[in-house]
Design a protein around this ligand. Structure first.
Ligand SMILES: *[C@@H]1O[C@H](CO)[C@@H](O)[C@H](O)[C@H]1NC(C)=O
Ligand SMILES: *[C@@H]1O[C@H](CO)[C@@H](O)[C@H](O)[C@H]1NC(C)=O
Length: 423
């Protein structure tokens, strides 16, 4: 056979395996080092913040003790820069001993003992993005085995220093290799981001059979510009991206940066709201040891989390872009409920936006709305009722909307099932 036909044949063989192992039926929640701590190797002058086992133990302690775990945040994920520059004599990856003296298996036990899960990072290619040892095609199996032997629960597989043919072979092969370890390991693929993120370069129905989640677009940075750019790209391309998501398969617009330096309180509300609309992973990258109360309250908002984690797993969409720079987003939820987000892209002052549920495609009937960030409740909202919301510049109003309980039923009728989000 011609080498290219061999290649395509291998791809087709490898793609017949489906990664349907029951993991990530809702988007993953947790914490990842990259956006906040990058590749800080300076444990001498910056011991609190360098990439070391102490940093991940600290975050595991905070996650277990500060109420995060109970809300569903569970993965502690190591990103790039954990490795030694050299593989061991058996060709296995190993952590840099000065920064991870106890090794990854011991760190995994520490994290598991606190009821949490450990994620790790590798790169399909000759080197990781920061120049540490990569996972070339012939190393895929041994690296998957190594991670499983350490007790790793999640792999972020980046794609620096490889070409599209190697990626086409390598990402499915890693999926098979992880499955072959027998350990359930959530699999996050950076593959689409290296292919421009859109069809025809990316076939999302195929990708969902290989990976549990995937990065489609550029890395998030600590700024509102970056968050806006991501929201814009995902919304402009929602016809391709939205149908790709569902239980066990998620688009990943990248980490939550709430609690860092770049977002105002309103902008932090906006990131949380839009990540809930997009059924995005809720993976924070911040310093859980130093969070102010407003960041904590936003990240721990139970209704925002419940919307993000809705069991039917349908990703939401941008419904409208008004000339006034107000945008309306909508996500259908279980139990006939839904989420509406009114986002202001204005830069002047709070804007009064007038609309009705009927104008936003809601069926006739009466509804209730719960304002996710203020906790206020609107009852008796007919679909035709005109209402006004006041939206701060670069902020949102986020509503959980559900049909009004019918009160005219005779006593013979069974009571309506309880709403799954308790308000
Ligand atoms: C491996 O794949 C099979 C078939 O999709 C699945 O049933 C099984 O749960 C997977 N095992 C692991 C450990 O991922
Ligand atoms: C995408 O992959 C699926 C297999 O999962 C295949 O049936 C479909 O034809 C592919 N679509 C395109 C446009 O290649």
């Amino acid at each position: 056979m011609h080498p290219l036909s061999v290649t395509l044949f291998l791809v087709l063989v490898s793609l017949t395996v489906t990664l349907d192992n029951g993991l990530l039926r809702t988007p993953p929640m947790g914490w990842m080092a990259w956006e906040r701590f990058r590749c800080d190797l300076d444990c001498h002058d910056d011991p609190e913040n360098c990439i070391s086992e102490d940093l991940f133990r600290d975050m595991a302690d905070r996650m277990a003790e500060d109420g995060w775990k109970e809300l569903g945040y569970e993965y502690i994920i190591i990103d790039d820069c954990w490795m030694s520059m050299l593989r061991d004599e058996q060709g296995r990856l190993q952590p840099e001993p000065s920064r991870f003296p106890g090794g990854i298996a011991k760190l995994a036990r520490y994290i598991h003992d606190r009821g949490l899960k450990l994620g790790i990072y590798a790169d399909m290619g000759t080197h990781t993005c920061m120049g540490f040892p990569g996972t070339t095609l012939e190393k895929i199996e041994i690296d998957a085995q190594t991670f499983a032997s350490w007790g790793v629960d999640y792999l972020k597989f980046d794609g620096c220093y490889s070409n599209p043919i190697e990626q086409m072979l390598g990402y499915p092969l890693m999926s098979k290799a992880l499955n072959a370890t027998g350990r359930p390991i959530a699999y996050s693929c950076s593959w689409p981001a290296y292919l421009g993120g859109l069809p025809p370069n990316v076939n999302y129905s195929l990708l969902g059979d290989i990976c549990h989640l995937w990065r489609n677009y550029y890395d998030i940075q600590d700024s509102w510009d970056s968050v806006q750019g991501i929201i814009e790209w995902f919304s402009n391309n929602q016809d391709d991206l939205q149908p790709a998501a569902g239980p066990g398969r998620w688009n990943d617009p990248d980490m939550l940066i709430i609690g860092n330096f770049g977002l105002s309180v309103d902008q932090a509300h906006s990131q949380m709201a839009l990540w809930a609309i997009m059924a995005a992973p809720l993976i924070m990258s911040n310093d859980l040891r130093n969070l102010d109360n407003s960041a904590r309250a936003i990240l721990q908002n139970k209704v925002a989390i419940a919307i993000n984690q809705d069991p039917i797993g349908v990703q939401g969409r941008r419904l409208l872009q008004e000339k006034s720079h107000i945008e309306v987003y909508w996500r259908p939820l279980s139990q006939s409920a839904s989420c509406l987000v009114f986002l202001s892209r204005r830069t002047d002052m709070p804007h009064l936006y007038h609309t009705s549920l009927a104008k936003l495609n809601y069926e006739a009937g009466n509804y209730q709305a719960y304002d996710v960030f203020t906790g206020s409740k609107l009852t008796g909202l007919n679909a035709k009722t005109e209402f006004t919301v006041s939206i701060n510049p670069s902020g949102v109003v986020m509503w959980y909307v559900y049909p009004e309980q019918r009160t005219l039923h005779s006593q013979h009728n069974k009571p309506e099932p309880e709403h799954h989000i308790v308000l």
